[in-house]
Design a protein around this ligand. Structure first.
Ligand code: NAD
Length: 451
């Protein structure tokens, strides 16, 4: 099949590359000239495990193309995907201007029968809007259908998710369009996972409901963890105990410093807004958002309180900037507001992330230092904050850390370490929802009295 992808970001690039890997001919379009130049010279503008191999192979074999001109892609296409940003507006609603503009751009370019697919996460009713826009300026003989096909891939495992989806959701009432989508997705569903066909509105809602449930699970567990701290329980045991219940499941029960990324925060707010537009107050989701914000504030405040209320002259090391491991994406990452709070309290921050230094520089610039490896940023540090659970942070050399840090203090926002082991190694160690143990030996040695 010939496929056009309008918008070559995280979703568009992964979608296009994976469709090419299945033998389709794909042209990815983006208005960002630099990005297209980069892609055409064989460089990936983002980090995503497994993407490079598919990307290089499909370019080499002539199935994957990049252009800034929709006119180079759309006319020959059987299917055109809209993988455009839907950022939050001031009132939380999803900003549909990119989707609408691209719909206007492609309408006069459609020839023959084309399925136009909204891949972006879009509010209920958007497929109707796209259909109206295209109908207004489509060329006379062209026939088209608009289909909703929300994307459920997770950054960090996006290629794996796309190649082996749990399910493919299709919102359409057109048998012809459903047949095209079935042919396109069948190779991805050979493991027996379903293509679930429904009406467009339910399909659009399914994506928001899925993200809202996952975000709710995270905020809920963060509150359980906070109460565990208050009552002297250990959230690790509680998580294991409740996760063994098949009705609850083990996933998304890890407490931490809140969810981030380009999806959960904006999608939860957009669903609250959609409900409000229909005179319904989505109270659970209001709480999910405020717990998420509180969780970051709580973590940053705990550090500042630990040092007596201000961080003047303190060197704070940060491990992890990306909103989650295996991505370079720092959109809405918890690390950013936490670092902003540390800076506002007078602290000096030196941070290391295996992939997200470049993207963080675009946000924080030279207000913090960036290290080339995890240990470099620890030199002379008064404390280490762990903000992202990259694998390489899981088994650090505690002896080496103790030697180079000014004070052995670790605030772990991702519960990576064993509190007893950290205490035994002489660290003051704080995590989320778990008991702290005193590093008696270090206290006796006086290393921490200087705090
Ligand atoms: P992104 O910002 O990484 O990429 C969007 C791309 O669209 C950018 O490269 C931008 O330059 C381009 N663009 C903007 N206007 C254009 C136009 N008129 N023509 C061509 N290109 C244009 O966004 P993303 O993370 O890929 O997300 C896209 C959509 O998918 C959003 O609705 C998002 O909510 C949804 N989604 C994202 C994820 C994720 O993990 N990132 C997962 C599922 C769904």
């Amino acid at each position: 099949m010939n496929i056009g992808i309008i918008g070559t970001g995280y979703v568009g690039l992964v979608t296009g590359t994976c469709f090419a890997e299945m033998g389709n001919t794909v042209t990815c379009v983006d208005i960002d000239v630099d990005k297209i130049v980069q892609l055409r010279t064989g460089e990936l503008p983002l980090f995503e495990p497994g993407l490079r191999v598919f990307f290089e192979r499909n370019i080499r074999e002539g199935r994957l193309h990049f252009t800034t001109e929709a006119a180079d892609a759309v006319p020959e296409c059987d299917v055109v995907f809209l993988a455009l940003p839907t950022p939050p507006g001031d009132d939380g609603s999803a900003d549909l201007s990119y989707v609408k503009q691209a719909s206007r751009d492609i309408a006069p370019l459609l020839t023959g029968y084309t399925v136009v697919v909204t891949k972006s996460t879009v509010p209920v009713g958007t497929a109707d809007r796209v259909r109206e826009i295209i109908s207004a300026s489509v060329a006379d003989p062209a026939e088209f259908d608009v289909v909703s096909n929300p994307e459920f891939l997770r950054e960090g495992v996006a290629v794996e998710d796309f190649m082996k989806p749990d399910r493919v959701v299709i919102g359409s009432s057109s048998p012809r369009a459903i047949e095209v989508m079935d042919r396109l997705y069948r190779p991805f569903l050979r493991n027996g996972n379903p293509m679930i066909v429904m009406d467009e509105r339910s399909s659009e809602m399914t994506k928001y409901a899925a993200n809202a449930i996952l975000a709710t699970k995270i905020s809920f567990m963060n509150e359980i963890a906070n109460v565990c701290e208050a009552v002297g329980a250990n959230v690790d045991f509680v998580r294991t105990g409740v996760g063994a219940d098949s009705r609850i499941g083990k996933q998304f029960l890890y407490p931490g410093i809140g969810f981030g990324g380009s999806c959960f925060p904006k999608d939860v707010k957009a669903l609250i807004r959609t409900a409000a537009d229909h005179h319904y107050s989505f109270r659970i989701l209001d709480a999910v958002v405020s717990v998420n914000e509180m969780q970051r504030r709580r973590f940053a405040s705990a550090i500042i309180d630990f040092f007596g209320g201000d961080l003047m002259g303190r060197r704070i090391a940060v491990w992890g900037l990306a909103f989650k491991p295996n991505t370079d994406d720092v959109r809405e990452a918890s690390s950013i507001p936490i670092i902003e709070t540390i800076l506002a309290a007078g602290g000096h921050v030196a941070a290391f992330d295996p992939e997200a230094t470049g993207s963080t520089k675009l946000v924080l610039g030279d207000r913090i230092d960036y290290g080339d490896d995890a240990y470099e940023v620890l030199t002379g540090a008064d404390a280490l904050l762990v903000c992202t659970e990259w694998n390489e942070f899981r088994r650090p050399d505690l002896r080496r850390m103790a030697e180079i840090m000014q004070s052995q203090v670790v605030f772990d926002g991702r519960n990576l370490y064993d509190p007893k082991e950290m205490a035994a190694a002489g660290f003051v160690y704080r995590s989320i929802g778990r008991p702290s143990y005193s590093p008696e030996a270090s206290l006796v040695a006086g290393e921490l009295r200087a705090l």
